[in-house]
Design a protein around this ligand. Structure first.
Ligand SMILES: Nc1ncnc2c1ncn2[C@@H]1O[C@H](COP(=O)(O)OP(=O)(O)O)[C@@H](O)[C@H]1O
Ligand SMILES: [Mg+2]
Length: 360
């Protein structure tokens, strides 16, 4: 080895045949080399993107800079090790001939408008390249000028880290009326919320693919109601509203929006059984209303089903059950002691009917 080092010819041959050759621009002797640009870039990539949270952040920064108003982030974990994240925005999109090039190093549209935010300088054209280097898969599922973009990234948590605890919602305190994150793991939820607190005009949704699709479906229906049946624009996320059947919805979701869901789940979305997500900032408001700063909200999973039912509807249900019960209670010489009590748990509605002998 040392013989090779001291002999320029041998060293030349070794470099030429070995892997090293691909990494070096110049051998400076004494063990010093000048890396070639691509090797330096590959090394830099590993430094820039060290976790799934970093990926989500860079994607949000890109959407922000491209004029987004809404960002949908779908996240799932499979077999406990594969993290799949899809980011869908309504920004100005990317022309088709640049779809592949944006993943190459130093490709940027920010020649004059480099942005410095709290995360540093933005406009080196390195983030998508770095993401592609460190992720198992990173692809642009869809993008078209004026219609927004859909990026899908898959990592294996064995190779690229992420916070273990992806369900704890950060603890918020209000200082002079402004929400501030004071505690909580630096997970995807916190990354997105922190970003949203800095850019409060953005609507950011974070949830499972089904949650995200249900939210899109709901927002389209709501906008149509408000616009006399007309869709507002042709952003890609609105393509969910074209689906006439669950099978088509599942297909559109996967091909155009990078969201893989079963036809059964698509059915549940179309029939309104999967409700929409709150925006990250709305979810924050709810946390404050309840004054339970340490409460855990698992935004990456669906909200417990029964918890979605409003108090008003629960009371109405209790009334109906109470009245129905009265029609049979007499047969058994009993009556209700009080109105039925109704409680919700995860996926369960518990109704307690207290009875006493008639005329007690
Ligand atoms: N969500 C997006 N919407 C529109 N254009 C995007 C989006 N994400 C990336 N791009 C384009 O791809 C280019 C490369 O992105 P990136 O690698 O993050 O580098 P940088 O943001 O530093 O330019 C951006 O300059 C931008 O033109
Ligand atoms: Mg960027």
């Amino acid at each position: 080895m040392s013989e090779t080092k001291n002999n320029p010819l041998l060293s030349f041959v070794a470099n030429l045949t070995g892997e090293q050759y691909l990494k070096i621009e110049e051998d400076l002797g004494h063990g010093f080399v000048r890396l070639n640009t691509s090797e330096a870039e590959r090394r830099q990539a590993k430094h820039d993107i060290q976790s799934m949270e970093d990926i989500v952040l860079e994607m949000m920064r890109n959407s922000r800079d491209a004029g987004s108003t809404r960002i949908f982030i779908a996240s799932t974990k499979e077999d406990n090790i594969i993290r799949k994240v899809t980011i869908i925005d309504d920004a100005w999109g990317i022309p088709p001939d640049l779809h592949k090039l944006i993943f190459e190093p130093r490709v940027t549209s920010k020649l004059e408008n480099v942005i410095t935010d709290r995360y540093g300088i933005h406009g080196r054209g390195m983030a998508l390249f770095s993401i592609k280097q460190v992720a198992d898969e990173a692809e642009l599922v869809f993008s078209s000028p004026g219609r927004g973009s859909v990026f899908r990234v898959q990592t294996s948590t064995g190779l690229l880290t992420e916070r273990k605890d992806q369900s704890t919602y950060p603890t918020i305190k209000y200082r002079k009326g402004e929400p501030i994150i004071i505690r909580g793991p630096h997970n995807i939820i916190r990354t997105a919320l922190e970003f949203n607190l800095d850019y409060q005009n953005l609507e950011i949704y974070l949830g499972s693919p089904s949650d995200i699709l249900a939210t899109m479906y709901y927002l389209c229906a709501q906008d149509k109601d408000n616009n006399g049946g007309k869709s507002q624009d042709y952003k890609i996320w609105r393509s969910v509203s074209q689906a006439k059947s669950a099978a088509i919805l599942a297909d559109v979701a996967e091909r155009r929006l990078g969201l893989k869901i079963s036809v059964r789940n698509a059915q549940r979305i179309m029939s309104g059984r999967v409700g929409p997500l709150k925006t990250m900032l709305e979810a924050l408001g709810r946390q404050e209303e309840r004054k339970e700063p340490k409460r855990k909200v698992d935004l990456l999973r669906s909200e417990p089903l029964a918890k979605r039912i409003s108090q008003e509807d629960l009371e109405q249900l209790a009334g109906i059950i109470g009245n129905s019960f009265k029609t049979i209670a007499g047969k058994y010489f009993m009556e209700l002691t009080e109105a039925p009590e109704i409680k919700t748990e995860e996926n369960c509605i518990k109704i307690t009917i207290k009875v006493q002998s008639l005329g007690n």
